[in-house]
Design a protein around this ligand. Structure first.
Ligand code: ADP
Length: 490
């Protein structure tokens, strides 16, 4: 029988006993098992050896002159947490052995014992010490990983006390105070978004798993002003016991400043270009108008027709640059400036009147189902833009003789507006893409329709800036319903 399966592992064992016969007997048996065995003849000598060497297992007699086995047990527990101690006892000292176990001994072996009894008990102790060492290695490995990760890591228990964090986290949150272990989360940060996602995780039910994330701009704790252009993304998840009980939260924080800045540069560029394009184009348009109006001399029918087409194309370009400008303004967060109490039914009624002539041109029935709705808090111009985009799309993507119904309803704390048409519809695989910038679906029927692919992204950005959502259900050849959900003003 081998004490331990790993053939390369040479356990180190110390035997402390004032009886030479026992010391040497133990050493002989254990050396046969490929252990390296040292011996000490009393507690003092034993502790001295422990201080200078690492032992996997210490076998110690309890009753010795000078420092006894009980003290050896206590000292080893304090200083060498991955060493296990077995006490060797006489029959009469069972009570002492129990006391030694209470002090932290792993087991005891009563004298006299057979070589087999010794092998069994040391084998058990070695398995224990290997497990303890594996845990210690794992802990040290984890500590190194966590400390050198460039992402910030924050672990809390279920009472929101901090149990683990790393230097990257402190740097990102601008924390320069004292050590935080066992401190409440609020000592590190009072950022509402971080606190909210951690609360959300800790409130999960047993066995439930969720990832909650938030974008944050950390504030300087003292001056309460944003740290120099720092954008972070925090993602929190729960950690659970084997039985699924939520024991705490793990939050990982990434620095996304470079992504944000690049995105911003791109938006600035788009808005600069579209602005620069728009002014000369409007000048060209007004000059064409002068020609068309005959202010620069009589025009032939052919010339007028060509100029008319030019003007239409240029109008398309002006519209594109307007939408690009809108989008970059929305993305820069500039638009929701004028929030007021708003009755959406009033806005919709005006829009329906406005679009009625265009509907008539295509012989489309355009109707509003009036329902009393609670007010929302929104920017009126933005809401007009959202619903004119949706109604315009419905008019464009519905063939002559179709039907468009706009209606509203209350669902919980939300007002939901539906714009429903019985037009061309959208293929199932394209539905997830139509809110992407510049995405346009082209089918046999819609191939000749011109557009920019920016209408729906604008709708989505505005609705989301008002804490709402927009969704679509659609079937090809049957029609589409766009539904905008906005929170009722509390
Ligand atoms: P545009 O209308 O300028 O192409 P949008 O962003 O408004 O850009 O719409 C994107 C795409 O979504 C359109 O190209 C069209 O394929 C589809 N779409 C939008 N509204 C409807 C609708 N009511 N019915 C069918 N397809 C639609």
């Amino acid at each position: 029988m081998s004490l331990i399966e790993d053939q390369l592992y040479q356990p180190k064992i110390l035997v402390i006993d004032d009886e030479r016969r026992i010391r040497e007997g133990c050493a002989k048996i254990l050396r046969k098992e490929k252990c390296v065995v040292d011996m000490a003849e009393n507690g003092n000598a034993g502790l001295e050896m422990i201080a200078h060497n690492h032992y996997d297992v210490v076998l110690t007699d309890l009753m010795m002159p000078g420092i006894g086995g009980m003290e050896v047990v206590s000292r080893v527990r304090e200083t060498n947490t991955d060493t296990v101690v077995i006490v060797i006892t006489g029959f009469a000292t069972l009570e002492h052995s129990i006391q030694a176990m209470k002090n932290g001994a792993f087991d005891f072996i009563p004298k006299p014992f057979t070589p087999d009894q010794l092998r069994v008990i040391v084998g058990k102790a070695l398995r224990m010490t290997r497990t303890l060492q594996d845990i210690a290695t794992e802990k040290s490995r984890l500590k190194t990983i966590v400390n050198y990760l460039t992402a910030g890591i924050l672990v809390t228990d279920r009472n929101k006390r901090i149990i683990l964090y790393n230097p990257a986290l402190l740097r990102m949150l601008g924390y320069e105070g004292e050590a935080l272990n066992d401190h409440p989360l609020s000592d590190l940060t009072t950022d509402e978004k971080i606190t909210n996602i951690i609360n959300g995780i800790l409130e999960l039910n047993e066995g439930e798993f969720k990832i909650l994330s938030a974008e944050i701009e950390p504030r300087n704790r003292n001056a309460n002003k944003p740290l120099n252009q720092l954008f972070l993304r925090a993602q929190a998840v729960p950690f659970q016991s084997g039985a699924g009980e939520i024991l705490g939260s793990v939050t990982i924080i990434d620095d996304i400043t470079h992504l944000k800045l690049m995105d911003q540069m791109k938006s600035d560029f788009v808005s600069m270009v579209s602005h620069e394009i728009r002014s000369p184009l409007t000048t060209v348009l007004s000059q064409i108008k002068i020609l068309l109006d005959g202010l620069a001399g009589e025009l032939g029918a052919k010339q007028a027709e060509i100029l008319g087409r030019m003007s239409m194309k240029i109008n398309g370009l002006v519209e594109l640059s307007n939408e690009l400008l809108d989008l970059s303004r929305i993305e820069a967060g500039l638009i929701v400036q004028d929030r007021k109490e708003l009755q959406l039914m009033d806005v919709l009624a005006e829009l329906i009147d406005f679009f009625q002539p265009r509907a008539k041109e295509k012989n489309i029935t355009l109707a509003l189902k009036k329902t009393p709705l609670p007010v929302i808090s929104a920017d009126r111009k933005n809401m007009e833009e959202v619903f004119s985009n949706l109604i315009t799309n419905a008019l464009i993507y519905t063939p002559d003789g179709g039907k468009i119904i706009v209606s509203g309803e209350v669902r919980g704390d939300f007002v939901v507006i539906h714009v429903k048409d019985n037009g061309y519809g959208i293929a199932a695989d394209e539905i997830p893409r139509i809110f992407e910038r510049f995405y346009r679906s082209k089918t046999e029927k819609t191939r000749n329709i011109v557009g920019t692919g920016l209408g729906l992204p604008i709708v989505k950005s505005i609705v989301e800036a008002h804490n709402g959502t927009v969704a679509v259900t659609s079937e090809e050849g049957v029609g589409s319903t766009f539904s905008v959900r906005l929170p009722v003003k509390q």
